[in-house]
Design a protein around this ligand. Structure first.
Ligand SMILES: *Cc1c(COP(=O)(O)O)cnc(C)c1O
Length: 459
């Protein structure tokens, strides 16, 4: 059979359930801890932050499949199934015998996979009778996705946008406002934690962790309001499993199975979603694909972080999660343009990596990432997001290895989004002004020093 350039499942073939990877893990991620008592958190304790169904999903390690609600399926059908593409042109360009596939999540207005979870989170909040949500956004994709979802379900939304992005990405900010959300540059004077951060550091360009603290404070101090987060959490990993489920089904129809699965990793949600059903095969001893997480050398949580309990935010108000982390006090270098700048990593991904199920993590430098992005754009005619281009980089590297060894491996990577709002970064690259930054061990020390001390657990 000649494999088509692009396979779209039909609407009827869209998965109707999300897959919960935890149900098949040999060992569970360590439980989240209450940040005051340091006891494992109970589902009810999450209710002030998350709506009830999402809190239940967050702590559920045993239910293997969750039905996707009809209302969520309705919007999924507007932009899913997403295509699985065979990168024939890239293969020819690289003269590789490898079969390269990518699952493309950029075909919706938000421009990334984040809509998959935004829709679910807005729906459950609406169903509970809540009226508003808060969140943070860094590069802006999550804010856009959630603004779309909130507009659809008629929820009010306040987005704390990292100040640096707010200033550098006016059009991204404007899309979020167009969908009806209120966008506030973070740190701001609208919260106590924002005021404190500004007092200590008036010129700060902000960070994701700081914006999270503000969004949580706003949610917990507003009637009928909850906080939602676009990555890292177990519930987000669950929703993103739709990516892998579709990809696996499409590959099965083509008679293919990946030898290597590659995803970029910021908070780990697209990676976890993409690998989910393939990881299930590995956990159940059916198949043995090689999994690679790709992260920026300037924010290397998996490759150089500690596997430790840490706060998910700079303000230290969230529950503690055990994950690979650079410390909630870590602030990435200013010249880092490529996204994926969160200090921690999904506890599920962290545990799988720690236990050796996720085979490999690679840190790549941003000029090499943009080399790959531009090559890909030219031959495949898709402008990739810088984040996604981390996965492209490693897919190309692996395909070149196949050229050298003559092995025709099947490679699958996640193309998480498009790069239309990242033209400042592309411009720096095109003008030869982009530089690489690899933190020294000393640079990482202050972040590690910010890790919490927990009596009896983490001294
Ligand atoms: C947010 C984002 C990522 C990183 O988030 P994960 O939770 O690690 O998946 C990757 N690519 C794009 C396009 C994004 O918007």
């Amino acid at each position: 059979m000649k494999i088509p350039h692009r396979l779209n499942l039909t609407e009827e073939q869209l998965p109707t359930q999300w897959y919960n990877l935890r149900a098949d893990m040999k060992e569970q991620p360590d439980p989240m801890l209450n940040p005051v008592t340091f006891q494992p958190i109970r589902t009810e304790e999450l209710y002030p932050i998350f709506c009830e169904e999402l809190a239940a999903q967050e702590t559920n390690c045993s239910t293997q499949w969750f039905d996707i609600p009809d209302e969520v399926m309705e919007i999924y059908k507007a932009y899913r199934p997403s295509p699985l593409n065979r990168a024939y042109d890239l293969e020819r360009y690289l003269k590789t015998p490898a079969h390269i596939y990518f699952k493309f999540e950029g075909n919706n207005t938000s421009g990334s996979h984040k809509l998959n979870s935004a829709v679910a989170q807005a729906y459950y909040a609406k169903k509970q009778g809540l009226t508003s949500l808060t969140t943070e956004t860094g590069a802006g994709q999550w804010g856009t996705a959630l603004a779309e979802a909130c507009a659809y379900f008629g929820m009010d939304l306040t987005v704390y946008m990292v100040k640096g992005s707010y200033e550098q990405k006016p059009y991204r900010r404007e899309i979020i406002r167009t969908f009806g959300a209120n966008v506030i540059p973070s740190p701001s004077n609208t919260t106590k934690v924002g005021q404190a951060i500004l007092a200590a550091n008036p010129d700060t360009s902000g960070s994701l962790g700081c914006a999270i603290s503000e969004a949580i404070e706003k949610a917990t101090s507003t009637q009928g309001c909850r906080y939602v987060l676009g990555s890292v959490l177990n519930q987000v990993v669950l929703h993103q499993s739709i990516i892998g489920l579709e990809a696996k089904r499409a590959m099965e129809m083509l008679g293919e199975y990946p030898d290597i699965v590659i995803g970029c990793a910021g908070g780990g949600s697209n990676l976890a979603g993409l690998i989910a059903p393939f990881m299930q095969d590995k956990l159940l001893g059916k198949k043995n694909p090689h999994f690679i997480a790709v992260e920026p050398a300037s924010c290397p949580s998996l490759t150089r972080g500690r596997y430790a309990y840490d706060y998910c935010d700079t303000g230290k108000v969230t529950p503690l999660a055990r994950m690979y982390t650079l410390g909630s006090g870590f602030i990435p270098s200013k010249n880092h343009a490529g996204g994926l700048r969160y200090h921690g990593m999904s506890p599920i991904i962290s545990k799988l990596y720690h236990d050796g199920w996720l085979d490999e993590a690679r840190a790549v430098e941003q000029t090499h990432v943009f080399d790959a992005a531009v090559t890909f754009a030219k031959v495949e005619t898709i402008l990739p997001a810088p984040e996604s281009s981390h996965a492209i980089r490693v897919a190309i590297d692996e395909a070149i290895k196949c050229r050298e060894t003559g092995e025709a491996k099947t490679i699958l990577f996640g193309l998480t989004g498009t790069g239309y709002f990242d033209m400042a970064a592309y411009s720096a690259y095109n003008e030869g002004k982009m530089t690489d930054y690899i933190p020294t061990d000393e640079d990482l020390e202050p972040g590690f020093a910010s890790l919490p001390k927990i009596p009896g657990i983490q001294e």
